[in-house]
Ligand binder design. Structure first.
Ligand code: CLF
Ligand code: SF4
Length: 298
């Protein structure tokens, strides 16, 4: 591996297509959409579609039960020898609603296919409660979507969160979410779990603020920072706060990414996958492996 990388870390990234830019040409990932619920509201989300923290909005993924997911994974692993990583990235938050489906899937998978690496993505609200289980199931890679480190900015992005059996709004909501994201990140990195941070760039809301996010997550040990453009599409009801917020141009995105150079290492090869994506990054073979087809295979 590269001279500047700890061999234990290199071992975890060398065949992960998102964590290593080189690996993405040779290794495939597969998402299973077993996590339908969410515990917060982002202004850029329309619940009818996949979680836009990790995915392309306007896409409806095929929801699976943990049993269906295991069948599908084993079938895909036979057909796609480059498959190295199984991720849970929605269609809601992987840790919402007690994370039952997420951990049921990973628990079975660990027994049936111990060579596959496990990965999940989350908004971070439920992270502190779940770090022990994440470590217990050998989940090596966690993505946290962190769009702000200042609750004043957060209040413009998140109208509410659901926490401790009640709904919180405004600054209170953003403050709790922020604290859980930072604590979750620190707890994961302390256990040697690699953390990638996703940020959705929202022009006029958090664009300039993302430099502060980059610094804060680097200081807490994040391995990679993935700044993704808001994809705003009125046809899919993903208009930010329904106020006509647009996504950034490619040039605006690059300006912010360049400003973050020298901080936490940036990921620039993200393809904003769907919550049921299958194959190499940028390729989607999900249609070859629908639940119906897997069922027909027996
Ligand atoms: Fe999936 Fe995400 Fe794991 Fe990768 S995707 S849960 S870290 S295995 Fe990768 Fe796709 Fe970008 Fe995500 S290209 S959307 S960064
Ligand atoms: Fe939507 Fe994902 Fe935000 Fe939940 S975390 S509101 S599913 S974008």
């Amino acid at each position: 591996g590269p001279a500047d990388m700890d061999p234990a870390v290199w071992d975890k990234v060398k065949n992960h297509p998102c964590y290593s830019e080189e690996a993405h040409h040779y290794f495939a990932r597969m998402h299973v959409a077993v996590a339908p619920a969410c515990n917060i509201q982002c202004n850029y989300c329309n619940r009818k579609y996949d979680c836009s923290n990790e995915s392309r909005p306007g896409v409806v993924s095929e929801k699976l039960t943990p049993d269906q997911a295991i069948k599908k994974i084993l079938a895909v692993a036979q057909d796609i020898p480059q498959l190295s990583v199984i991720g849970i990235a929605g269609p809601g938050d992987s840790l919402a609603a007690g994370a039952k489906n997420t951990f049921a899937t990973f628990e079975h998978l660990q027994k049936k296919a111990p060579d596959l690496k496990l990965c999940l993505s989350t908004n971070g609200l439920a992270l502190p409660d779940n770090v022990d289980r994440i470590a217990q199931y050998n989940i090596d890679h966690v993505t946290i979507t962190i769009n702000m480190v200042d609750p004043e900015v957060g209040a413009q992005i998140y109208p509410w969160i659901f926490h401790k059996h009640k709904r919180w709004t405004g600054l209170d909501a953003a403050k709790i979410l922020h604290e859980h994201q930072m604590l979750g990140l620190e707890m994961l990195t302390a256990r040697g779990i690699l953390v990638k941070v996703n940020s959705v760039m929202i022009p006029g809301v958090n664009d300039e603020h993302l430099l502060a996010v980059n610094k804060a997550v680097k200081a807490r040990g994040a391995f990679l920072h993935n700044i993704m453009p808001l994809i705003s599409d009125p046809a899919h009801g993903t208009h930010f706060g329904l106020t006509g917020q647009r996504g950034p141009t490619a040039q605006e995105l690059k300006v912010v990414q360049d400003a973050c150079e020298g901080g936490a290492k940036l990921m620039r090869h993200c393809r904003q996958c769907r919550a049921d994506a299958v194959g190499l990054l940028g390729e989607d073979r999900g249609d070859e492996f629908t639940a119906d087809k897997i069922e027909a295979m027996g």
